[in-house]
Ligand binder design. Structure first.
Ligand SMILES: [Zn+2]
Length: 216
């Protein structure tokens, strides 16, 4: 199913003002740049009608339900500044509702991030990337996934993510693919580094499969 990337599908109550909470952007921003350099967050005329793709988030504090996420349409920028992020003040995936504040609006996929945080308080970081290598090898890598009839940023996606957490599928693997969202991959962890490592680990396995196929 083809769909347009970057379109906000949830009900958004956004306050256009600085985040107003102390937060260090150093770690999230460094990892954001690494993932950008890998081409897993970005913007390209050859992909998705030149609309920015991928986003990254981190809990505001370890015990908070609120999280910081990269803003919508920032995919083309290699190094973000604090004003490119916003705070998700409240998210209700079941009602398709987001309340946010910041100098830019939240990523169109904030609801999916919110569903991940809601299911495990230990999760501190979430990265949504577009990675054709991992996505295409979902079956071979036996990856947890949401099905092809579920598109991003919907209540159905929130429900599907909930089901993944309720099954045993995400106990060994901190990554799932979204088969209804072209190239869509979500990884998460107890910190930014863990979320990024899981992504890079599966990227290496996927590239390994492709290289093996090419040499046979
Ligand atoms: Zn996406």
């Amino acid at each position: 199913m083809k769909e347009q990337e970057g379109v906000i599908k949830y009900q958004l109550h956004h306050t256009q003002q600085p985040i107003g909470h102390p937060f260090s952007f150093t770690e999230i921003n460094a990892w954001r740049t690494i993932v950008f350099r890998l081409g897993l967050i970005g913007q390209s005329p050859e992909k998705y009608a030149n609309i920015g793709f991928g986003n990254i988030s981190q809990r505001l504090t370890p015990d908070s339900a609120q999280f910081i996420i990269s803003g919508t349409q920032t995919g083309h920028i290699e190094q973000l500044s604090p004003e490119h992020y916003c705070l998700i003040v409240k998210a209700d995936p079941s009602k398709n509702l987001i309340q946010s504040c910041g100098l830019c609006q939240p990523s169109s996929e904030s609801l999916t991030h919110a569903s991940v945080y809601a299911h495990d308080s230990k999760i501190q970081a979430v990265i949504h990337t577009h990675c054709p290598e991992i996505w295409n090898h979902t079956a071979v890598l036996k990856l947890p996934h949401t099905t092809a009839n579920i598109s991003y940023g919907t209540v159905e996606m929130a429900t599907a993510v909930e089901q993944l957490f309720q099954s045993d599928e995400l106990t060994q693997t901190s990554l799932f693919t979204m088969l209804g969202h072209e190239d869509g991959v979500v990884s998460f962890g107890r910190n930014m580094q863990e979320a990024a490592w899981e992504l890079i680990k599966y990227l290496s396995l996927a590239i390994g499969i492709e290289q093996q196929c090419n040499t046979e």
